[in-house]
Design a protein around this ligand. Structure first.
Ligand code: UDP
Length: 348
């Protein structure tokens, strides 16, 4: 029996872990222990994803949220170490680029437990982003590095990381395909919000660089207000952005602000929108998965292929690259299966 400990804590990780957990359930001989650090804890930022996506309930819930980055990561590190000593897994599986990712990877590496990193190799080359620090460090202590794109493989090679690097495609594409199918009958969000397909834009804002100071938040909201002069802009409001707008007195009244939504509702909102305006990593790609153009509200993107293929542009760019092209490297919706069979082979 192959025993894995999966460490998750934040919204995008629940979505990625759901795809991989489903693939694990299809494979005999794997036992998965789920650790939730508690980084995201609101019902609509956490519980809804476990319920809707059928993620196994956490075996360990650490309840660690808030505080500065170092403090949060440190508390997680200690708590995860205790669990790993008790559980003695063959592998620790971590996702993406949050403090939970780094804490899980570091705790495992120090106990000589091999780490598998899903969504390895992404780089913004902006070391002021907390996510960039988390990714670089996690990649450098990982044994298996599952890359979503060719650029990710190259980034790792440029840093001298070649062993254990595998391009499997993007587990978020697997997740998007699954959600799209189930959302058809499982979401009435457009009716609830009084929205018509093809008549609104979808926006998300949550990155530290856009919410840490008043001027940055004002600039992002001013961009969205310009879009709102043309059509309704729907903004599922991330708790961090809600706090920032209250703290800095930045009005959101030009926008249709809603509570964060579940993944099936998000899939329907993506399907019906004209375009997407976001600083999220995941949502940039989901725009492409749903055939919608995206404006990225940041100075750089890790998902460079979306820009190259003409589906995405940085908000500083005046236009999209032409012609618009399909992107092959995200795979065929089987990235999670490739990860699970690779991990399984590694241990047999
Ligand atoms: N998402 C969601 N509900 C929302 C906003 C986002 O389900 O109200 C999903 C979104 O579709 C994507 C993921 O959350 O799959 C992205 O998470 P986030 O933007 O928080 O993180 P990032 O991708 O930037 O790491």
């Amino acid at each position: 029996m192959l025993k894995l400990v999966t460490v998750v804590g934040a919204r995008p990780q629940f979505i990625k872990a759901a795809a991989v957990s489903r693939a694990m359930a299809r494979q005999d001989g794997i036992s998965e222990i789920m650790v939730h650090t508690g980084q995201h804890f609101d019902a609509n930022m956490s519980d809804i994803f476990f319920e809707e996506l059928g993620i196994p309930a956490p075996d360990h819930h650490l309840g660690i949220a808030g505080g500065n980055h170092g403090e949060m990561t440190g508390r997680m590190l200690g708590a995860i170490e205790t669990i790993l000593i008790e559980e003695k897994p063959d592998w620790v599986l971590v996702y993406g680029d949050t403090n939970s990712t780094l804490a899980g990877a570091l705790a495992a590496a120090k106990l000589h437990i091999p780490v598998a990193h899903v969504e390895a190799g992404l780089r913004s080359f902006n070391r002021r982003m907390p996510e960039e620090i988390n990714r670089v460090l996690t990649d450098h202590v990982s044994t298996r590095l599952y890359c979503p794109t060719n650029a990710a493989v190259k980034n790792l090679a440029d840093e001298g990381v070649r062993d254990g690097v595998i391009h499997v495609g993007d587990v978020m594409y697997d997740a998007a395909l699954d959600a799209r199918e189930r959302a058809r009958s499982g979401s009435d969000i457009l009716v609830r919000l009084g929205l018509e397909p093809g008549r609104y834009s979808l926006a998300t804002v949550h990155r530290a660089e856009n919410t840490n100071d008043a001027a940055s938040l004002r600039a992002v909201i001013a961009h969205l207000e310009k879009v709102a002069a043309e059509r309704t802009v729907v903004l599922p409001l991330h708790p961090r952005t809600a706090q920032a707008s209250a703290r800095f007195g930045v009005s959101l009244k030009a926008l249709k602000v809603i509570e964060p939504v579940g993944y099936l509702d998000m899939s329907v909102l993506l399907d019906g929108c004209v375009d997407v305006h976001t600083d999220s990593g995941g949502v940039q790609k989901e725009a492409y998965f749903h055939g919608k153009p995206c404006v990225t509200l940041r100075g750089e993107t890790e998902w460079v292929e979306t820009v190259e293929a003409g589906w995405n542009r940085l908000w500083s760019a005046s236009d999209y690259k032409q012609p618009r092209q399909p992107i092959d490297e995200y795979g065929r919706g089987n990235a999670a299966d490739l990860i699970v069979s690779n991990l399984f082979r590694a241990n047999t």
